[in-house]
Ligand binder design. Structure first.
Ligand SMILES: NC(=O)C1=CN([C@@H]2O[C@H](COP(=O)(O)OP(=O)(O)OC[C@H]3O[C@@H](n4cnc5c(N)ncnc54)[C@H](OP(=O)(O)O)[C@@H]3O)[C@@H](O)[C@H]2O)C=CC1
Ligand SMILES: Nc1c(N[C@@H]2O[C@H](COP(=O)(O)O)[C@@H](O)[C@H]2O)[nH]c(=O)[nH]c1=O
Length: 541
């Protein structure tokens, strides 16, 4: 059970907290300082920086939002505002210290009288008020917030707590109206676009990515496609995969890439070792898929095949034997697959399919953003495939205009990205559990006694495995051990009952994992690699 919430204002003394006798930078007393409140340009600059800092956890913190905190105070002796920053931090991943605590630790004494910039209102959910108490403890006197939390049962709580503690809180769009904040607000929206889309539309944030030649093809007429874009662009694709919970490819791409291109797709984020490993999803109505393919090697990454009910049950069994998960749909379509991904808790999905499936997904309005890599090459081919198939549009005036378009050169290629649908504003009303009867009169009062949770941010998310709450339990020798999260405990106990040095090493490795997602990744990977080390379930407690 999570520890009782700390009384506000009594955050753990930051580990590195100490009176700094030799301040890195001479801070003038507040009375001489330029008033930050009067300087919207500086507020906007540091808020934009907080969003950039938050982006470092993209893909790692999922399904948590990406949080960044920048603590800054004016220093008249320099007009280099970057020198005003005395501390910053970001939520690395679920179950790791919050951005505010890390920034306060780095700022130390310099946080006193300073301003903290937050891209998103902290989700001090389930009574864990570390983010707020860290800022109070650090002596921050003002907080600038980019966005209120999108989830209704969290929205406004941390802001209220901060104000109760006498801290001035300015929220962009409410207390700060200047147009100077337009760009900074855009950064705050983009860095958490996945959460905002998911909260508003009840489907994961979906990005369509393709590489296209200058004459508009994504492959040769034979289907051969390696490679359209250059190595640097494909490196950017690995980064995009690293911030996605799932990657979707169509059945025909798997067939053509495996049979004709010898690419034999892997769809892994290979730019960093030990980074986030997205799930791979193949959408195939026919299940007419190769028996052997890299995608079926679940040691690389978990793979799901979404197919039509009853398709090729023989082949389904063969792939299931390899560890591939097969999910049948009555009518396989992008909308139902996205609803399924929503239920599995995915925040962000990268579509790397060909034009046929891309057209189906765009028509189903499940694609929110497009990344198009343009390669300076010509391939020709009357039948060469293009990025998007049939949308039923007969006039150019029907074309879908991208919004918030960006252009970036990536080595010899050009990357254009833009949104198909605007990022939703923060009005999504997510009924909290106790509101369900008013939302759904069918739900009898008795049923509302049933608590439901899945993600750590849900109303009762503190009970979720990934919830950042340590648990202390006696180990097999009866000695008490504190596990960082329930997920750490669960993954380790797959190996605890086997008397084997390798199993013991794996338990230690899991104990040291920096986050519940890393613990889960280690446990699942070792389970696939060394199934013989999985102990028989025994009475643990
Ligand atoms: N350059 C690039 O960035 C990329 C290039 N490519 C290239 O594109 C080519 C393949 O493109 P394409 O033929 O369009 O194949 P797709 O990747 O779009 O796959 C189409 C297949 O998706 C499956 N599917 C499942 N549900 C649906 C649905 N609701 N609507 C439509 N299809 C659905 C069907 O599989 P089934 O037939 O099994 O039932 C269908 O045949 C290949 O040459 C590949 O190399 C592909 C991706 C990226
Ligand atoms: N040909 C092509 C792409 N093709 C996409 O990348 C997949 C192969 O990725 P991987 O298995 O990780 O190497 C392939 O199945 C298809 O979805 N992508 C690109 O960025 N540029 C390219 O030129």
């Amino acid at each position: 059970m999570p520890p009782s919430p700390r009384p506000l204002g009594v955050a753990p003394a930051p580990a590195s907290y100490s009176l700094n006798l030799f301040p890195r930078r001479r801070c003038l007393p507040a009375r001489h300082a330029v008033s930050m409140a009067a300087s919207h340009a500086h507020d906007a600059h540091f808020l934009r920086r907080a969003a950039d800092v938050a982006d470092r956890s993209a893909g790692l913190a999922s399904p948590h939002p990406n949080f960044g905190c920048v603590i800054a105070r004016p220093q008249l002796e320099t007009d280099d505002v970057e020198a005003w920053v005395v501390g910053e931090g970001y939520l690395y991943s679920q179950g790791t210290p919050c951005a505010e605590l890390l920034a306060a630790e780095e700022a130390g004494e310099h946080a006193r009288g300073a301003t903290a910039y937050l891209n998103l209102e902290p989700d001090d959910c389930y009574g864990n008020s570390t983010a707020v108490s860290s800022l109070v403890q650090a002596g921050v006197t003002r907080v600038v917030v980019g966005l209120r939390h999108p989830l209704k049962h969290l929205r406004g709580k941390a802001i209220q707590l901060l104000r109760h503690q006498g801290i001035q809180v300015d929220v962009v769009g409410e207390d700060l109206q200047s147009k100077l904040f337009k760009e900074a607000l855009g950064s705050c929206l983009i860095v958490n676009a996945p959460l905002l889309y998911r909260a508003a539309f009840h489907v994961p944030f979906s990005v369509l990515k393709y590489a296209m030649t200058a004459d508009g093809k994504i492959a040769a007429s034979t289907g051969h496609a390696s490679w359209v874009s250059g190595k640097a662009s494909r490196g950017r694709v690995f980064e995009l995969r690293g911030r996605s919970d799932a990657i979707i490819v169509g059945g025909n791409t798997v067939r053509l890439d495996t049979f004709t291109c010898v690419v034999d797709p892997r769809l892994t984020a290979r730019h960093v070792k030990g980074g986030h490993v997205p799930v791979r999803i193949v959408m195939s109505q026919s299940f007419n898929l190769p028996e052997e393919a890299n995608l079926w090697n679940v040691h690389d990454a978990y793979t799901i095949v979404a197919t039509q009910r009853g398709a090729r049950r023989d082949l389904q069994k063969k792939l299931a034997m390899k560890g591939v998960e097969v999910v049948e749909f009555e009518m396989l379509n992008p909308r139902d697959v996205m609803s399924y991904c929503y239920d599995r808790g995915y925040l962000s999905v990268l579509w790397e399919c060909g034009g046929t499936l891309a057209a189906s997904a765009i028509s189903a309005r499940v694609i929110h953003k497009v990344y198009a890599f343009f390669a300076p090459k010509i391939i020709g081919g009357v039948n060469a495939p293009t990025p998007v198939g049939e949308l039923g549009m007969k006039q150019m005036t029907q074309a879908i205009d991208l919004i918030d378009v960006s252009y970036e050169q990536v080595d010899r290629d050009m990357l254009m990205s833009g949104f198909l649908q605007p990022i939703p504003d923060l009005s999504p009303v997510i009924p909290s559990v106790d509101e369900i009867p008013s939302v759904d009169p069918e739900v009898s009062p008795y049923e509302t006694n049933i608590i439901s949770f899945y993600k750590t941010w849900d109303t009762f998310g503190a009970f979720a495995n990934f919830s950042p709450h340590p648990i202390s339990l006696p180990d097999e020798n009866g000695d008490c051990f504190t596990w960082p999260t329930v997920e750490h405990y669960y993954q380790a106990h797959k190996f605890v009952s086997v008397d084997n040095p390798q199993a013991r090493d794996i338990v230690q490795e899991i104990k040291q994992a920096r986050s519940p997602e890393e613990a889960a990744r280690i446990g699942r990977t070792r389970q696939r690699e060394l199934p013989e080390l999985i102990g028989s379930p025994r009475k643990l407690m």
